[in-house]
Design a protein around this ligand. Structure first.
Ligand SMILES: [Zn+2]
Length: 338
């Protein structure tokens, strides 16, 4: 009688009837604390250079950081992930661990502006090597164990500059243990390691390499980054990093690897970050500019899906605009005004 004579069924629509009801039963809510904002810090002064394939994302020089930090604070964002673009590159990436390197300068500058901002630093060599590879080369091969020493030096120099967290992204085997030991022996027992545990050799990094000026001059990164076809192997990588002392892990990219995020969340009770990478950002921006998608709704849905999959941290170039929307505002800086 209730169902027009059809077999009994359950009325899911009851809880979807009003916005109030939908909010009341919503399982996943994003907020500014979920985000880490990635930044590209470049040598020079007064530099504010938009990355062509990433509209709204800028390479900035250290003197621009007060303005950047003010903007982040006003949006309720409190964590950044720093990538450096040095003015000097060599075979072994020595500017990556120089005391006055670009990242070391940036960390000190941010800490001076506001020491409550959580500064995470990317630890790898590819932004600092003349060949654009992540380690020390022997011909076309990256030498794993020799590269570890450089990563340890970089991590220690970041911690010494005041970094709150170091994030090794190189995917060399054994680097988390090596960095942990190096930090501990140099008095940085309290500096956590957020490791890129499952980083795939992805085509979605294309725009980033423009931004970080880290395109390899030959070859690619498939000898150390993971094969996109592998899921089980990701859990072995994560487990190894945790065994070596990682305090949290990163899965990169995000959107095409949400199954890995979800599987990691079921297995490991540690902080899990997903990196919503440059190609993911660029695709949404391009489609939005063509009027093909509703930009705000697509971005918020994307961020919600990453958190729903199990990431409690989202590293995203969308962080500023998302934070503005969560405050009920449009991001009104010239960055997005075009
Ligand atoms: Zn690298």
């Amino acid at each position: 009688m209730n169902n027009n004579g059809y077999p009994p069924f359950r009325r899911f629509r009851r809880l979807r009837r009003t916005e109030g009801l939908r909010r009341m039963v919503r399982e996943t809510v994003i907020n500014p604390d979920d985000f880490i904002y990635p930044m590209f810090i470049t040598a020079g002064t007064n530099v504010r250079r938009e990355v062509p394939s990433m509209p709204g994302v800028f390479q900035v020089s250290v003197d621009q950081l007060p303005r950047e930090m003010y903007e982040l604070q006003s949006l309720g964002l409190s964590s950044v992930l720093l990538f450096g673009i040095p003015d000097h590159k060599d075979e072994i990436g020595s500017s990556g661990y120089a005391e006055n390197g670009i990242i070391q300068q940036a960390v000190r500058a941010i800490k001076e502006i506001d020491d409550q901002i959580v500064v995470v630093t990317d630890v790898c060599n590819c932004e600092y090597t003349s060949h654009g590879h992540c380690g020390i080369m022997n011909g076309e091969e990256i030498l794993n164990d020799e590269t570890l020493d450089l990563l340890v030096k970089s991590a220690i120099s970041h911690a010494a500059a005041g970094a709150d967290v170091v994030a090794p992204s190189d995917m060399m085997d054994g680097r988390v243990g090596a960095i942990r030991q190096g930090l501990d022996q140099n008095g940085f027992i309290n500096t956590p390691i957020l490791s890129y545990a499952a980083k795939y050799a992805s085509a979605f990094y294309g725009p980033f390499r423009d931004a970080a000026e880290s395109v390899p001059s030959f070859g690619d990164r498939r000898s150390h980054q993971m094969d996109p076809a592998n899921r089980r192997e990701a859990f072995l990588e994560i487990e190894a990093d945790l065994d070596e002392g990682a305090d949290g892990i990163i899965i990169k990219p995000a959107m095409t690897y949400l199954d890995v995020v979800s599987g990691a969340r079921e297995r490991y009770d540690v902080p899990i970050a997903a990196y919503n990478v440059s190609g993911e950002y660029a695709m949404i921006k391009a489609a939005a500019r063509n009027g093909w998608i509703d930009e705000q709704r697509v971005i918020l849905e994307t961020m919600t899906s990453i958190k729903r999959a199990g990431a409690n941290l989202i590293i995203s170039y969308h962080a500023k605009e998302v934070a503005a929307w969560l405050q009920g505002q449009q991001l009104s800086v010239e960055a997005f005004a075009d």
